[in-house]
Design a protein around this ligand. Structure first.
Ligand code: ATP
Length: 309
């Protein structure tokens, strides 16, 4: 195995469900050590793509090449993979610790080590006192935590996490960011899907923005910021409600992101000239402040959708 070769290559996959094309010509590559985030709204094609990678469903066309351990192939070795599915897949009427240890051992872990590690994770996730309870009595967020532990307890080389933050409160979401970083630091390559861009931009080094089954952007997070954050974007505040129709006449305006009735953000196309924009805005007597701001990943995503329309 050449460790410099990609750990996963996906080439031009397509998937139809009857007449719905869920995935369209999707290609991407992961290198060892990446945290690669698949980002897009509901129904964008994220889960379908992840299921294709794991051979849970078949693509209609396209190629996949895994290169995790000793031999390349279309399918990974199950022991090398950790999978956090979107729908919960654990035994609900078995004590938590029992199902965690069982699942890790059928994926190649030593049961004794798995038990020790399971207790460590349960403690970290504030669930130590629930170890002997059945999964079904736990809250949705706590079930998601258990599902996460189940997906990584056997120390997989590659983890696929489908919506890992689902059902979590904001504090736990932040903690999960750290746990994902932690397993990545111990050598697990991560492929995750989410629609929560503000969380993902804290950990991913590469992103694939997907909408309607199609790629909007595929590349390094640092590059997408570099490309888009230099473009003009302004935040405006008004004394009272602003007139959107007049604002829409601002030269090279791409779209208005309404923050509330008295403030909004304006995103411009690449050709926008600050002087021309300010000249137009100077006609609004009710503006109290104009500030430039750096687009976050969500803004960039919306901008890409508008640009491609
Ligand atoms: P979410 O964030 O809501 O989970 P997603 O990005 O994971 O969305 P998918 O679940 O992959 O999106 O769905 C992509 C498209 O394929 C959607 O239009 C969805 O309705 C459709 N789809 C998914 N699974 C099936 C199925 N089993 N049969 C028919 N259509 C399906």
């Amino acid at each position: 195995m050449n460790t410099l070769e990609p750990i996963l290559k996906v080439d031009n996959i397509n998937k139809y469900y009857k007449n719905v094309q869920a995935v369209r010509e999707v290609s991407f590559t992961l290198n060892r050590g990446d945290i690669f985030a698949f980002l897009g709204p509901n129904g964008a094609g994220k889960t379908t793509t992840l299921r294709i990678l794991l051979d849970i469903i078949k693509a209609d066309s396209g190629e996949i090449e895994w290169n995790i351990s000793d031999k390349k192939g279309k399918y990974p070795n199950v022991n090398d993979i950790g999978y956090l599915p979107e729908e919960r897949g654990l035994y609900i009427d078995v004590p938590v610790i029992k199902s965690l240890v069982y699942l890790a051992s059928i994926r190649g872990a030593n049961p004794k080590d798995a038990k020790k590690s399971a207790y460590e994770w349960l403690e970290k996730l504030d669930l130590l006192d629930r170890a002997k309870e059945k999964l079904q009595v736990l809250s949705k967020g706590n079930q998601q935590k258990i599902q996460f532990i189940a997906s990584i307890l056997h120390k997989p080389k590659f983890a696929i996490l489908d919506e890992p933050f689902s059902g979590m409160d904001p504090i736990n979401q932040e903690k999960f960011i750290d746990y994902i970083k932690e397993i990545n630091n111990t050598g697990t390559t991560i492929l995750l899907s989410s629609h929560q861009m503000q969380l993902v931009e804290k950990i991913a080094n590469k992103v694939f923005l997907i909408n309607d089954g199609k790629e909007l952007y595929n590349g390094k997070l640092a590059d997408i910021y570099h490309q888009y954050q230099s473009q003009l974007s302004l935040e405006l505040k008004f004394v009272e409600n602003y007139n959107e129709e007049d604002l829409l006449k601002t030269p090279d305006l791409l779209f208005i992101d309404k923050l509330n009735s008295q403030s909004c953000r304006l995103l411009f196309s690449e050709t926008a000239q600050l002087t021309q924009v300010l000249q137009h805005l100077s006609k609004f007597s009710n503006i109290t402040s104009i500030n430039s701001y750096s687009m976050n990943l969500h803004d960039i995503f919306v901008k890409l959708i508008k640009e491609k329309k």
